[in-house]
Design a binder for this molecule. Sequence first.
Ligand code: BDP
Length: 698
Amino acid sequence: DQGYNAWLSYPELPQGSLQEQYVKWCGAVSVTETDDTVQAALAEWKQGVASMLGIEVQVQAEAALADTAANAPEHSDGTSAGHVIAFGTFGSGNPLINSVFAEADIRKVGREGFAIRTSAEHNCIAVGASAPAGVLYGVFHLLRLIGTLQPIAALDEAVNPVNSLRMINHWDNFDGSVERGYAGRSFFYENNRFIGDMERVRDYARLMSSAGINAIAINNVNVHALETLFISEYLPQVAEIADKFRVYGIRLFLSVNFAGPMQEGGVGTADPLDPGVRTWWQNKAAEIYQVIPDFGGFVVKADSENRPGPFTYGRDHADGANMLAEALEPFGGIVIWRCFVYNCKQDWRDRKTDRARAAYDHFKPLDGRFKDNVILQIKNGPMDFQVREPVSPLFGALTQTNQIIEFQIAQEYTGQQRHVCYLVPQWKEVLEFQTLAKGEASPVKRIVDGSLWGNRHSGIAAVSNTGNDINWTGHLLAQANLYGYGRLAWNPELSAEAIAAEWIALTFGSNPEVADVISRILLDSWEIYESYTAPLGVGWMINPEHHYGPNVDGYEYSQWGTYHYADNRGIGVDRTVKTGTGYSAQYIGSNAARYESLEECPDELLLFFHHVPYTHVLHSGKTVIQHIYDTHFEGAQRAEGLLSSWQTLKDKVREDLYVQVEQRLTGQAAHAKEWRDQINTYFYRKSGIEDQASRTIY
Ligand code: BDP
């Protein structure tokens, strides 16, 4: 399958006591509901059990109670006539669900959650939920337990997603290209048409739902002329995708063009306070909800990187977002308004302007002015998905606004899915960051899950890394980011290690040696990538436009505001209040003080906040220049080590998967050397300082 089934490939389980336990339980399933989503869960269950355990599941659609263990005969295939798995919504007529779960259990289960219990009394493992989507999540959960060899004989828990919105943003264009896409082309569109491959759309929805995703925006935030027609001419095709998503508990969103009313003609302005514009959007919303009754809403990139927006009319972001929110409100829709707003035409000679400041400067003053069906979507860092950035100071600064964090699963700046870079540890670090907004107990994860400020809407969004490549993500190991993102959005408490272990078992099976090697590769990969690319939080140093490969001065004298300020004496961006751009003051209390202070600033962010001489000594005891040399030599060597580790798995993982990864890791090892040499040479020549270890620098 070349990786197409990804973490739903359901590898056959090894013989043993656990496998026997599963076989005993999984012979029969009781499902009495005909709802599409519950039926999709049933289909998944049958497929998973057949593939992992080699059992054809007997479906009891009748509302019969299972026999008790006492009179349960064993069958020759190891299944037991008395044992049954039951799933369904509470009170829907499945007597097993209704007898296993009491009122008190039901109260613990939210809109999308589920309860799961192994009941000895009923000889049944029951998955009960308030709604069909919860049933599906519960079934995926049980399949995951089996796929990762967890015991199921004594289950008893209620599971609810921590974040209510768990979203994927596609940057797919109607012409079939994918902005920052590294896994082929779009599987939704080609050549300004909908491809209509509904099987692929369904398989995608299955994958996403199994990882916990419940919202997907299907088109690029940069909305081009033809894509503005997604909310009119192409609505029937959009609705067809929404129908597939709905079965898997996923709501469809669309990115819209703020200048839509003008693009489509009829209205001569896009001024958010103009009555004609307001009516136009209200009518649009009504049209959309007629064909997609559970439409999620709009994603908007406005007044950013040449996109239209309210500024043209002297209005602000709140005016713009609220106007759209008003149109969606009667139907329960939401507006997701992005905070990625900055001046991409700044004067590079002006050392006081600082792109890092922009999102906060624009949005902090608007806190409290947005309608409650508006959500601000904030990138994790103040710049743009670099391998290392501080956390956006907007987290903590907005106290009266719905907000979600935006990650980028697509590895635009982290190796473009040619290098392995498992990003879950990075995302975890961001989510754990203490903003100090309400004292010590204010990590980002509690802001984005809505609990810190009691927001009506909350959650996480991320830019997709998928395309029409057979394995969805180009690099097979990049599937771990997609899976891991969903799992983390569902439950930010999961560790990066645990998520990696799940993904490995579900994808490659349960050989412990395989698991060890792949887990190490994944868990080391972010650090390795960071070590041979831009040092100490300074970022960028990549080729302009496509953003792949080293180019230290690529953006140095450009208007995009992405600088390192390296000269013969030193390097780094002075973002202090005392002598720099003042960015550090956007943080709260001791965070601001720590970043402001040259002594206290953490090494990994030093050059993000300070301009220092090459001889500046880090907390690690090394000078900046020696740190650059050492990390780059080590990094390139460790990249080679990733390849040799992988090669120990030859004949231990499926051949079709093995070769894909071997090929990518070979490319990475070579490319890491190119990074090493360009960066080291550049700084050797700039600084004139010798490497203490006298290694060859060109
Ligand atoms: C940057 C990408 C650019 C996107 C932009 C965005 O380079 O292609 O359009 O972000 O998030 O990372 O809008």
